[in-house]
Design a protein around this ligand. Sequence first.
Ligand SMILES: Cc1cc2nc3c(=O)[nH]c(=O)nc-3n(C[C@H](O)[C@H](O)[C@H](O)COP(=O)(O)OP(=O)(O)OC[C@H]3O[C@@H](n4cnc5c(N)ncnc54)[C@H](O)[C@@H]3O)c2cc1C
Length: 378
Amino acid sequence: MVLLGAGFGGLELTAILSDAFGDAIDIVLIDRCDVFVFGFSKLDVMFGRRMLADVRHRYSDIVKPGVRFLQSRVRSINPATRRVVTDDGTFEADVLVVALGADLDPSATPGLVEGGNEFYTVAGAFELREVLARFERGAAIIGVTGKSFKCPPAPSEAALLLHDYLTARGRREEAEISLVMPFGTPIPPSPDTSQAILAAFAERGIRFVKDSLVKALDPARKVAVLSDGTEMPYDLFLGVPVHRVPQVVVESGLAPDAYGCVPVNKKTLETKFPGVYAVGDVNGVGTAKAGVFAEGAARVVAAAIIAQLRGGPSPEAYKGAGACYVEFGHGQVGRVDVDFLSGPKPTGTFQEPSEALLAEKANFGSSRIQRWFGQPPP
Ligand SMILES: Cc1cc2nc3c(=O)[nH]c(=O)nc-3n(C[C@H](O)[C@H](O)[C@H](O)COP(=O)(O)OP(=O)(O)OC[C@H]3O[C@@H](n4cnc5c(N)ncnc54)[C@H](O)[C@@H]3O)c2cc1C
């Protein structure tokens, strides 16, 4: 079996199959990077809450039976023959899983690379440590530049954590914080969560600019241009870059174009090519782009592969449900459980921010690292 992408989806799938079959399975797990970093760790890094070295999980530490990790770039995928070409060899698979996530394209927003910052890549988050330390006063904008983006709560979390960061440095009075989002509320499937976030913004003086995208920055005039032409002056711009389907996936014919995700059977996550699945942010199953949904999709695909190899009954259909933790600042985390696919429209239930949920989020991360990477031999 060949698994492309060792992110949330790829690691979860690998762990389940390794636990089920041990050395009896042969999984080649391929990723261009040498380390895994949780999305939420980027917020920790940019605000100086954690060191970069502490959030990097090296793939060379994986000790799961039946799993071979290969650090290499995937150059082409032929879904009809399940043949994959990488910089370090060609692979033929009985089962091929594409879990290559969403790529980020900061250059798709004019002016962003030259005149702003982004916090969605590890490099961008790391660079922001210095930029934030130098920010003394003026207008800070957290701006979303494309309609579909990973982890819809993340821009709101960034705004709330920026408030705490500036308060701790005694600079909050000198700064304005605005958040530009393409939605009418921060978390559309959950009115309760949205209300709690909007209340937290109101309490802290954070401006929420709804139903808008940042289309361009003009670095010379220091203004952000919104989708309706409005201009907002900025001194600090923290962007969520345009997301796109990885080019290699578009070229494979699995996705229609750079902005149309891979169509899959919503119940099984199988593509139109037999034995080829698409898991996580790369697919168009209809959930938000988030690790918890990638993980849920991986579980369904793992169950299908186990059933196929052992001859058991077909697994339950994918539900598109998962729990996201939301940083509210002040050392507290809330939680929203969202169900995208069970009903006619997505629904969400909210748990108030608390220190207990902060601990639950920490355990969410550490339990995954343990499950995905395994225990090194004593
Ligand atoms: C700031 C921020 C905060 C977030 N917070 C949360 C959160 O609290 N909870 C949550 O559930 N989600 C969160 N997310 C979202 C989460 O990180 C992603 O949705 C999740 O990682 C998607 O999993 P995936 O397996 O689909 O893709 P990814 O985890 O992105 O993995 C894809 C992998 O494919 C590799 N790859 C891509 N192209 C190639 C190629 N050509 N060759 C080889 N390898 C390739 C990449 O290197 C990558 O490792 C957050 C994201 C951000 C940016």
